[in-house]
Write a protein that binds this ligand. Sequence first.
Ligand code: PLP
Length: 487
Amino acid sequence: MRTWELSVPLDEASPTPLFVQIARALAEDIRRGRLKPGAPLPGSRALATTLHVHRNTVLAAYQELEAQGWISTAPARGTFVSTALPDVEPPARSEAPRARSLDSVGFPLDPPLESREPVDFPRGALVLTGGSPDVRLLPVEVLARAWRRAFKLGGQRLLDYAGPQGHPRLRAALAHMLASVRGLAATPDSLLVTRGSQGALYLAARALVRPGERIAVEALGYRPAWEAFRSVGAQLVPIPIDGEGIRVDRLETAARQGIRAVYLTPHHQYPTTVTLSPARRLTLLAWARAAGSALIEDDYDHEFHYDGRPVLPLASADRDNVVIYVGTLSKVLAPGLRVGFLFAPIPLIRCAASIRAVVDRQGDLVAEYALAELLEEGELQRHVRKMRGVYRSRRDALVEALRKELPDALEFSIPAGGMTLWARCAPGLDAAAWSERARDMGVWFSHGGQYTFDGQPFSALRLGFAGLKETELREAVRRMARARPRR
Ligand SMILES: Cc1ncc(COP(=O)(O)O)c(C=O)c1O
């Protein structure tokens, strides 16, 4: 032991306490073999003198090392390097962990699921992709007050473990809202609060589908739902759409080989925005009952309907308990809140809740409590009413700008609702090339190929108008006109 001395000087100015520095240095020397198992360590008094520290500092370091199993103390004999060393490596003496590449794995691993990464838009970009609400217009003070009250009134109970189904108060408020606005016979027991529609779609599919079973989807359609279904082993069957929504006749043909569920967006078909015709609704419900299939209805932007009243959901006409209804607060409030819900027959809800319990146990109860209050007090409804007017004006501004700047390039119907406009390109116009050229001018929008089932090009554009002011929309369209590829 006489030949051993601490290999790294102590740093009194470091925020790391001296006893930790000593313990780390000793452990590192043991690990590197400078101190062999069974070797005696200096007495605490001697080491304190060598290191110019208080003896208690050395004692604390020894205690730490003993607790970690690096050394052991034999009464009356002294302190020794342990003969049964722990197999964990101590942290290196420097504060930073040793650099190593984390670009590979030491075990078998499948590639990641296909998913849309959020795009880091350049500063000042005019973004018309997606149908996002304008979060700049959120009543943040009202929200902050509700969250503060949730912490105050909900107390510590909201920060504890809870059931997976969602706060009862939010489920009651949602049930009331769904009954009064959307004609749904919802009860708190038939609702499961989820992390957005995405969480609801995943849980519903996981509850319904065994690997290899088939889910029919609209094509063109919503890729994030497809990926959720694929992730639970579903085989997807694309069903074409037309000006009345999903082609129910084609569904009936495809269903001869069995269909476990149909996923659809009847209110505003994604991405074309058309509303499923009344005749097809009735046929679809009758078909589902006869086939014993579920209908997964994604009603993501119900409140935003501008011309006349919103069409009631399929679920409001469901007499046979075949519809699984998915809703979200992403559009009426903000996508970052990640609050959505499933409304379905209670056995399905129980099943989905049991899956949720093993995925992430429960939701954010503070948020759920605050949102319940916003619904009960009508704040959410007030915000929706205000935004409906704002979005209608923005839709009209976009329509006007497109007619002025691009009269011969696009063909579209004015969307009766939703937050996006779907436009077919004139023959010969390459939608994908257009969207790429527009990016160079700071304008981002989606093209039809992003919604096809097989990734083939589709000559159309999807323009989200809700997130931009009217002046911004006009500027975006002017730049779109400049970016338009010449044939
Ligand atoms: C078809 C469809 N469903 C659901 C959503 C909302 O998803 P989430 O509730 O997961 O934010 C969107 C949003 O873009 C959508 O387009």
